[in-house]
Design a protein around this ligand. Structure first.
Ligand SMILES: Cc1cc2nc3c(=O)[nH]c(=O)nc-3n(C[C@H](O)[C@H](O)[C@H](O)COP(=O)(O)OP(=O)(O)OC[C@H]3O[C@@H](n4cnc5c(N)ncnc54)[C@H](O)[C@@H]3O)c2cc1C
Length: 411
């Protein structure tokens, strides 16, 4: 049985790994010409995703590539002294098993784990999918697949082709994000330096193995801006406007906007779909249920979703009419929970009032000063995310000889 996956970031390669383990034949098509290795951002893997990575045998590499961010210095706008926070303690209060890693590193690790068993096609994109499984590409000749999975992110191409325009499913969270790569001007190693003000937060971090640093800008906006997603000068102008006069550090970061080799700008948007499967096509990760970039555990959700989808397909003997609804049932509660947690994280990360600004710094300091158990309890009281990340449990879907007959053997 042949399955086509669109997108080779996180959800795509994890799905490809487990599908091949269950005996399916997998092709992954990725629009980028090569696996992206520059300008990424840090993402979180919480317990369930760590467990799945362990089953894939890649956990040592994941841990080796962890960013190692363990300290945070918070400058509150208008306050004289910064607050210093033990970030490791916050992470361990949020989840008993957690790693922060650059998305590009994670993607490379998952890709490496699959490259020998999976056909990867870079530099191409699906242009049409017919109900009988014929797939057309922008460059390659048409091919036939039994199933197609969109793992192509928040602005999924597969979703647009099969379900319609993104605007039908996206909900603006009232905030924007920008990311840029710049020289590690503060020589940060294992430290996150953030500036927090009402409606705006900017943070810079470096990682042990990176020669540069990344800055993440988050800011609120009541209304959605009118700009084209390829109009980079306009996006930079919006960012400059939002962070004008915040702090000399931030001015220095903004100065890099015209030199940065990698720039990313987007609205923080959640995806809400009643169902993310239609016919032979389904969606996984951000493509189907993004809780919002930079404000939720969307990477962990993508890993869990990919594992569950592959497992349900194997369990149903490749029958997508049984597997897709089972996959959606298994994920529904996690998706609802992560959407709610992301909204509350957005409120905390980009405070709406002076009280919120002080609360973010003081709350982080308090949690980091408490013993782990007490910190966990406090975090559970203040946000829903800790409870969510720790409570996600996933069925075990061990590859079995019977499952392997579903795939290649049954062709
Ligand atoms: C700035 C930023 C900060 C973030 N911070 C965090 C964080 O702190 N913690 C966290 O957990 N998560 C964070 N995220 C979210 C995280 O990056 C994603 O949730 C995660 O990578 C989901 O993976 P995915 O595979 O579903 O989608 P993506 O990582 O978006 O991957 C989609 C893939 O599909 C490819 N693609 C797109 N279009 C096509 C096409 N037409 N044809 C073929 N391929 C295509 C893309 O090139 C990409 O490789 C952040 C995201 C952003 C943007």
């Amino acid at each position: 049985m042949r399955i086509l996956v669109s997108g080779a970031s996180v959800a795509g390669p994890v799905l490809a790994y487990w599908l091949t383990r269950h005996g399916f034949e997998v092709t992954v098509v990725e629009r980028a010409p090569v696996l992206r290795k520059t300008g990424g951002h840090a993402v979180d893997l919480f317990r369930p995703a760590m467990n799945i990575s362990e089953k894939m045998g890649v956990l040592p590499r994941v841990e080796e590539r962890a960013t190692g961010t363990s300290r945070m210095t918070v400058h509150q706008e208008g306050a004289r002294r910064p607050v210093r926070v033990n970030l490791s303690k916050i992470f361990s209060a949020a989840s008993d098993r957690h790693v922060e890693i650059m998305r590009d590193d994670l993607s490379e690790i998952y890709h490496d784990a699959t490259r020998d068993d999976v056909e990867y096609v870079f530099g191409d994109s699906i242009s049409a999918i017919s109900p009988d499984g014929e797939v057309r590409f922008e460059n390659a000749a048409p091919r036939r697949f039994d199933l197609v999975v969109g793992a192509d992110g928040l602005h999924s191409n597969v979703r647009r082709l099969v379900f319609g325009e993104e605007s039908r499913f996206s909900a603006f969270v009232g905030a924007y994000l920008g990311v840029l790569t710049l020289p590690n001007v503060f020589e940060l190693d294992g430290e996150l330096l953030i500036h927090v003000g009402v409606g705006r937060t900017a943070g810079m971090y470096g990682a042990r193995h990176l020669g540069d640093a990344r800055v993440l800008f988050l800011f609120r906006s009541e209304r959605e801006f009118d700009y084209h997603h390829h109009d980079v000068p306009r996006q930079k102008e919006l960012l400059r406007g939002a962070f004008d006069g915040m702090h000399p550090d931030v001015d220095r970061w903004l100065d890099e906007l015209d030199r940065t080799p990698a720039f990313y700008f987007d609205s923080i948007t959640q995806l809400h779909m009643d169902t993310w499967s239609r016919g032979r096509v389904t969606l996984v990760g951000d493509a189907g249920y993004c809780p919002g970039p930079a404000v939720g555990g969307s990477t962990s959700l993508a890993v869990v979703g990919a594992y569950v989808l592959a497992g349900e397909l194997a369990r149903a003997g490749g029958d997508h009419e049984r597997a897709f609804p089972a996959y959606e049932r298994a994920m529904a509660e996690h998706v609802r929970g992560s959407h709610a947690a992301a909204l509350s994280a957005a409120k905390t990360l980009i405070p709406t009032s002076r009280l919120g600004v002080r609360g973010l710094a003081q709350g982080a300091r308090l949690i980091s000063a408490l013993p782990a158990g007490a910190g966990r309890a406090l975090l559970r009281l203040t946000t829903g995310s800790a409870r969510l990340y720790n409570s996600i449990t996933v069925d075990d879907y061990p590859p079995s000889p019977a499952a392997s007959r579903v795939g290649l053997g049954a062709e």
